[in-house]
Design a protein around this ligand. Structure first.
Ligand SMILES: Nc1ncnc2c1ncn2[C@@H]1O[C@H](COP(=O)(O)OP(=O)(O)OP(=O)(O)O)[C@@H](O)[C@H]1O
Length: 153
């Protein structure tokens, strides 16, 4: 089953939106396969945001991501990477469409509530960055009765 990384950013925790954001993904039909609270470090953020290293806001972004712990989540489902990305909305909260997480809860490019993997390839890299293999639950290991109905067996 396709898996993607979601980071509930410090802005999500500070605004008290953890339940709301998680609820949206769950209600959509995505399945939570991993979740933990952790304090990010400058080193891991430099790796995670390496594509932004030359941007003027790079250090500010890293500082904002270390302002409080974050919650890293693994959601899974058919087409999960694109579904989650669409639900998050575009980077700038002021431009994100209403109905998306950023469109509904952010007025900022930086403090935009969630990070979501932007491709299947990056999702695999990012999940490895933030989770040990054993921290991702394998739903196939339990009875079929627990497997959420989906168009993929
Ligand atoms: N112009 C900006 N000013 C301040 N922060 C920014 C700006 N552009 C991007 N960021 C921050 O850097 C993060 C990563 O930027 P990127 O261009 O990869 O956007 P994204 O793929 O929509 O976001 P994410 O990777 O967090 O899902 C953004 O989510 C945001 O927090």
């Amino acid at each position: 089953m396709e898996k993607t990384l979601v980071i509930l950013k410090p802005s999500c925790l500070q605004r008290g939106l953890v339940g709301e954001v998680t609820k949206r993904f769950e209600q959509k039909g995505l399945r939570l396969a991993g979740m933990k609270m952790c304090q990010l470090t400058d080193d891991v953020l430099s790796e995670h945001y390496a594509h932004l290293a030359e941007r003027p806001f790079f250090q500010l972004l890293k500082d904002a991501m270390m302002a409080t712990p974050v919650i890293v989540c693994c959601f899974e489902g058919v087409g999960a990477v694109d579904v989650v990305r669409q639900m998050a909305g575009t980077t700038n909260g002021r431009k994100a469409l209403p109905g998306t997480i950023r469109g509904d809860f952010s007025m900022s490019s930086q403090e935009n509530i969630v990070h979501t993997s932007d491709s299947l390839e990056n999702a695999a890299i990012e999940l490895k960055r933030f989770f040990k293999d054993e921290e991702i639950f394998d739903y196939k290991s339990v009875s079929n009765a627990f497997i959420y109905a989906s168009d993929e067996v």
